[in-house]
Design a protein. Structure first.
Length: 69
C-alpha cells in the first residue's frame, strides 16, 4: 500500500495519526499499575487458571477410559 502513495500522502497519514495520539488521555504508570494489580486481585476468585475448574464442569475431562480385560 505504501508503494502506491506519494511521500506527501504518507506524511499526511502520519500527521493524522499523531493528531489522534496526542488527544489520548495519559496516566501515570505508577497509579495505573497499582489500579491494575488491585483489579486483578479482586478478580482472582473467579479466575479458572488460578482456582481450577470443577471436575463436573470440565468440558475436557475424559468421558471414559479404555479397559483391558
Amino acid at each position: 500500500m505504501a508503494r502506491d502513495m506519494s511521500d506527501k500522502d504518507i506524511i499526511k497519514m502520519e500527521l493524522e495519526q499523531l493528531q489522534k495520539e496526542v488527544k489520548t488521555e495519559r496516566m501515570v504508570v505508577s497509579k495505573t499499575a497499582k489500579e491494575l494489580v488491585e483489579w486483578m486481585e479482586s478478580q482472582a476468585a473467579e479466575d479458572p487458571l488460578l482456582k481450577g475448574v470443577p471436575e463436573d464442569k470440565n468440558p475436557f475431562k475424559e468421558k471414559g477410559g479404555c479397559m483391558i480385560t
